[in-house]
Design a protein. Sequence first.
Length: 669
Amino acid sequence: MTLPTSDDPHENGPESTQADISSVLVEERSFPPPPTFAAAASLKAEDLAELHRRAAADPLGFWAELARAEIAWQRLFTQTIDESAAPNYRWFTDGALNVSYNCLDVHLAEHGHRTAIVFEGEPGDTRRLSYRELHAEVCRFANALKARGIGRGDRVVIYLPLVPEAVIAMQACARIGAIHSVVFGGFSAISLKDRIEDAGASCVITADGGWRGGQVVELKAAADKALAEGCVSVETVFVLRRTDAAVPMAPGRDVWWHDAVADQPAACDPEWVDAEHPLFLLYTSGSTGRPKGIQHSSAGYLLGAKVTTRWVFDLRHDDVFWCTADVGWITGHSYVAYGPLAVGATLVMYEGAPTFPAGDRLWEICARHGVTVFYTAPTAIRALMKLGDALPARHSLSKIRLLGSVGEPINPEAWMWYHRVIGGGRCPIVDTWWQTETGAIMIAPVPGVTTLKPGSCTQPLPGIFADIVDDHGRSVTTPGAGGYLVVRRPWPSMLRTIWGDNARYLETYWSKFQGHLYLAGDGAHRDADGCFWIMGRIDDVLNVAGHRLGTMEIESALVAHPRIAEAAVVGRAHEIKGESVFAFVVCRGERPTGEAAVALMRELRDWVALQLGAIAKPEDIRFADNLPKTRSGKIMRRLLRAIARGEPITSDISTLENPAIVEQLRSDV
């Protein structure tokens, strides 16, 4: 099985060159929907078939019908799409709406009493906000923003811990037509400064700090450092009191959140904006160069987030939905701040580290708050799997009825553990493929309908025309043969441009193929049932003795070994093979040393050869206590490449959960 190359999750890099990737991973297990789940699911097999039929027969009519049904318009659109400047597509262009109104006001009359947010801080403090209370808080802060002269089109950077005020700030910006740009609280002052300056933000919203791993993350200090080094556009800084740490306040510029909202009314009329009005910018680091400000619209983004929340997670009014992502990432935008609120769900927010003060913190929260739908990343699943089955067994997880995975392909071993230990063998798992750029889930199972395959995101959702093509843009139709993952038709929640750099938008996503095929940057193949299997990105492909190997498959084989909890594979220059496989692995239990390490290394090389073939055997294996991850759980593979190749580390490592791991990895190589 072969496929051409691709690049890096959620972030596209330089255009790829033609090559083939050998796919040697075989997974034959499958799991049909449990009959009890399928019987109760909102979307039945016949409903899904009808949605696909309508989308295929009339794609624009399909999206127009959904937009009319799902969005409360102040002015209904008459034009579904404007393709005159394609691939800068514009959807529902002459319509007007307000996103905050669609997430909050529409629920007040009948469901204002229902819980919108269940919050738990790392120290153990909790809050519950009803839709009526959340609406009031959003209106008060929206009025506070307006009192400082912030309004339609102004850019507001949000740099907060994962607390309800982060969602309140996002919704408040949407309410007044300001454009928010959330910066993950783990990013450094330099990264924050770059994003503030690129957006031309006039306002920053931060906190005295946040809690992480029992320590205070000094957000205000980082914000002050960023502002001291430039950011001349910033006129106002709102500061949330979260940790009670003493922080300096710049007179005239800085204002405490609680003071700003103290006298503001709990009502604020929504600012009606055009459908294409930018709702937010979200910066991705990209493979090279400066961060890219991915720009999303109001109506199209809201539609995608809302319908996919309903289709993929089967949310009901009695569900308690927990997406563990920070709102600094697209997952937290679509499936914390917007999608669940648009459908009137109850969502959980947790501020802190997933294993503080103990490794069962997430399972304790699930049990205590009655979580019914749980959505997290494969990196988190593997890290928790490493801690063993006993920790989740301490807590009743019987209320969980659906599990989800997001962020990267989930390896079958982790999928099976998630299904068996967390889901009790009874819960479907929705393995979702999508990107910052797509705005909403694109390929995923519909849990009451789709037969699941561990490691496969299965099939595109209705209205999403995904395909796999060769280097010339031709569809790859042979089952098991792979190629570039593309999307053949525009969809409403797609990115509109890169802020301030439309040429980069055109080059990054549209220049590879003729005919306006969106280049996702992932390689994939389809099996005989038409299910998609994501094989990794262009930067994650190794050229070993003329064979192109996807690192994801080698990592999956390593993690399938009973001694291994996590693995990350990179390439290292080899004078004969061109490149060799270099694996960093984390063991279950103690890290082996000496002869034990040598013996396990031999065993793992033989194991990979047995699983995938001799060509995929790692030349080098290094045992690590942990892998270098950001606080969001993303493995910093560029850092591992530098370590494996003996290159100087130039990446910003301030976002690492545990920066000390770098020295351990360097000393062992």
